[in-house]
Design a protein around this ligand. Structure first.
Ligand code: SAM
Length: 227
């Protein structure tokens, strides 16, 4: 899989992909992540990528030309399954959407800045708009990093134990059960006996019950109930 990220502040994305699971995915050749500076496509002599808004409101708006040229040059090289604009008024990101995107094909992620991008970019160039939550970030880079991380960890072979990603929260509509490791007792705090019993069927039953109760308590909305 290949993910191309368009941004005006590429340095913001140097850290998130240079370590841990996402780096491992790249090292194994399972994902290619390319971060591009939109300014490189600006035809303005000062590489400007924004302008004042029509209507006289506060803030700057990202212009069409550099974004369209960036997208066109990437699309000339390959097909993309989706061209995604990260935006607070987009479709809310959840595990189901991450699952879909992880098997869909290559992606372009467009990060906005300032007041966002000219609406005509959204109307004519973007195929999907995604929000990572009901709050406003300064730019789309952290949102793009969140989306990329969530996708990459699902790609077959990226996580050593593939079962692990499939038993995380939300995959089956439930939150994950609690987890424990050694020592079995610390400060007098003990691990539930059942987890040390070696009875795999009983352990699985206990974990399912914990997952169900935790979901009911913390996220009843996942059962379609009011939270
Ligand atoms: N004027 C926009 C609004 O009120 O909806 C907010 C612009 S925000 C300051 C700048 C950029 O950050 C956006 O264009 C978007 O790319 C990104 N961004 C901010 N919050 C986001 C969120 N919750 N999810 C995804 N992207 C977000």
């Amino acid at each position: 899989m290949r993910i191309d990220i368009l941004t005006v502040v590429p340095r913001l994305l140097e850290g998130p992909f240079a370590d841990s699971i996402v780096q491992r995915g790249q090292d194994k050749g399972l994902v290619e992540i390319h971060v591009h500076n939109i300014r490189n496509w600006s035809k303005d002599t000062h590489q400007k990528v924004d302008d004042v808004p029509f209507g006289g409101n506060a803030g700057m708006v990202m212009t069409i030309q550099p974004i369209q040229d960036a997208i066109d040059s990437l699309r000339a090289e390959r097909d993309y399954a989706e061209i995604i604009y990260l935006t607070p008024d987009g479709e809310r990101l959840n595990q189901s959407l991450v699952n879909t995107l992880s098997i869909g094909g290559d992606l372009i992620l467009l990060c906005g800045h300032y007041k966002g991008v000219d609406q005509r970019v959204r109307d004519h160039l973007i195929t999907r708009e995604v929000s990572i939550g009901d709050y406003v970030l300064s730019g789309g880079e952290l949102a793009a990093a969140v989306l990329t991380d969530a996708i990459v960890r699902l790609l077959p072979g990226v996580i050593g134990d593939e079962q692990s990603a499939l038993t995380d929260s939300f995959q089956d509509g439930l939150l994950a059960p609690p987890v424990y490791t050694r020592p079995a007792e610390y400060n007098g705090w003990t691990v539930p006996d059942i987890l040390r019993s070696g009875d795999h069927a009983a352990i699985q039953k206990w974990q399912e019950k914990q997952a169900f109760e935790r979901t009911q308590q913390r996220r009843p909305d996942l059962f379609g109930e009011d939270s």
